[in-house]
Design a protein around this ligand. Structure first.
Ligand code: KIV
Ligand code: ZN
Length: 519
């Protein structure tokens, strides 16, 4: 490899989205793809078109709307998958088909193919993909646990059949940095034609080494990193885009590689993906965690005030973080709100701005100080509610006391018709949820209920995340309000609305392919 440019391949919408509970709606996927494209991501893996009609529609639409990025779809090693993938990505200015098969001994046992039979399948499927599209990526799934001789053999076959990128996945997050580098170096040395294609690295974070393993692979000659925003992904997730990109930016002295990423967009993407996936970012997460640039201890604060380099290796502005100053007061106008929201990375349409403005005024009446994070919670909450939602919260009143069960009086609009009921429960949240169950009976089980304060103080807004499960379908919901019970109820109803959408989706005649079939 002669170039020091490293391509960034984002798979938030495929590997990230298919982790249980992280399901995104069609519109959310389109929005995220647009943000990724604007941020300078080189390749967007937009989905797995054969998986469902919804995935197909999202990949096709992302392909149609793409500007600069290559749009890629995933396909297993069969002609049906590859054809369906091509039908979706072909609308892009720069389409790519990504086809894969598990090559390690455990993965080979699943389709029950001999080594020779699998080699023939790889030849046929990559050839088929290349006849459709001149940009083909091939992955030997579980490459890091595949015998080296066999890996070299199949990589050579894929290159000869026309693959232009060979991705080396550490599917189960098993490898170690030195080993990750050695594997790429070994392939570059042993495989004929290896210098004519791009090697990619695709790491999972099961042992917490995904970022280190990806960067080690780059040092050995890989020139494409596959990653997701916030490290979203099944189990411990994928390599986090923000980590590899910022590591290369901050440590140019030892990692002299370039990416096309506009790092000032990182926070916007991080917030967006956290909000739509329902996977909140842990406070101490590298780069995008709430505490990543916070200096609490006296010694740190003192040092940073004197010279920021004492304890900071990068500037918050580099990732698009603005100081969490008091943002706006109740006298602030619409124009000020629009400009503040732009600064925070939200370009609101006029009708959205009007809605957010009304809610901002209501919040400013209730809360002494409105911070940037309050505004972000507000706008994300606004974006989550769709007019066509089956269930909408109209009114809630709870009665709390130290003795006896708590009571909730709830009016829920179901398919446009108001229904009211009184319910009791073990605490006001339980009472409110019971009221929903009585008005709209369902058998979804609550898997997760989490409350976070957006800012400090007893008048802080709470963001609530809820995850529910019904017959193996998982849906998440989030909401924010200064009243924790209201936020909880809205998050629960939001999750139920998503579950309804998922139920409708799986009612389609094309069977959904579970991602668990792959891993
Ligand atoms: O982790 C993995 O092996 C994958 C493949 C489908 C590339 O995601
Ligand atoms: Zn993966």
């Amino acid at each position: 490899m002669t170039t020091n440019n490293v391509l960034i391949f984002d798979t938030t919408l495929r590997d990230g989205e298919q982790s249980p509970g992280a399901t995104m709606t069609h519109d959310e996927k389109l929005e995220i793809a647009e943000l990724l494209d604007d941020m300078g991501v080189d390749i967007i893996e937009a989905g797995f078109p054969i998986a469902s009609d919804g995935d197909f529609a999202a990949v096709s639409e992302i392909a149609r709307r793409s500007k600069r990025a290559v749009i890629c779809g995933l396909a297993r090693a069969n002609f049906n998958d590859i054809d369906r993938c091509w039908d979706a990505v072909k609308h892009a200015a720069r389409p790519r088909i990504h086809t894969f098969i598990g090559t390690s001994p455990t993965h080979r046992a699943i389709p029950n193919l001999t080594m020779d039979q699998m080699a023939a399948r790889i030849h046929d499927t990559v050839t088929h993909a290349r006849n459709l599209c001149d940009n083909v990526q091939w992955s030997p799934m579980d490459a890091t646990r595949t015998e080296h001789d066999y890996l070299c053999r199949v990589v050579e076959i894929a290159i000869k059949a026309g693959a232009t990128t060979i991705n080396i996945p550490d599917t189960v997050g098993y490898t170690y940095p030195r080993e990750s580098a050695d594997l790429i170096a070994m392939l570059l040395e042993r495989v004929p034609g290896a210098d004519t294609i791009i090697f990619a690295t695709h790491c999972h974070n099961d042992l917490g080494m995904a970022t280190a393993n990806s960067l080690a692979a780059v040092e050995a000659g890989a020139r494409q990193i596959e990653c997701t925003i916030n490290g979203l992904g099944e189990r411990a997730g994928n390599t986090a885009l923000e980590e590899v990109v910022m590591a290369m930016k901050v440590r140019q002295d030892i990692l002299p590689y370039q990416t096309g990423i506009d790092t000032t967009r990182i926070m916007t993407l991080s917030r967006k993906v956290a909000a739509v996936s329902g996977f909140a970012v842990q406070f101490n997460k590298a780069i995008v965690g709430k505490n990543a640039f916070l200096h609490e201890s006296g010694i740190h604060q003192d040092g940073v005030l004197k010279n920021v380099e004492t304890f900071e290796i990068m500037r918050p502005e580099d990732i698009g973080l603005t100081a969490n100053n008091i943002a706006m007061g109740k006298h602030s106008g619409r124009a000020a709100l629009r400009s503040k929201m732009r600064e925070l990375g939200f370009d609101l349409a006029d009708n959205q701005l009007n809605d957010v403005f009304v809610r901002f005024k209501a919040l400013a009446d209730r809360k002494k100080e409105v911070y940037d994070d309050d505004l972000i919670a507000l706008v994300q909450d606004e974006e989550r509610h769709e007019d066509e939602d089956t269930l909408q919260v109209k009114r809630l009143r709870v009665v709390c006391g130290t003795d006896g069960p708590q009571e909730a009086e709830l009016t829920l609009t179901i398919d446009g018709v108001d229904h009211s009921i009184d319910a009791t429960g073990d605490g006001p949240v339980d009472a409110a949820f019971n009221a929903v169950k009585m008005l709209w009976p369902h058998k979804a089980r609550l898997q997760l209920y989490q409350v976070h304060a957006v800012t400090e103080g007893t008048d802080a807004q709470a963001t609530v995340s809820v995850r529910i499960e019904e017959d193996g379908r998982i849906a998440t919901g989030q909401s924010a309000d200064t009243d924790t019970v209201v936020a909880s109820l809205k998050a629960y109803v939001n999750a139920l609305n998503r579950l309804i959408v998922r139920r409708e989706k799986s009612g389609s005649d094309r069977p959904e392919v579970s991602y668990r079939d792959l891993h």
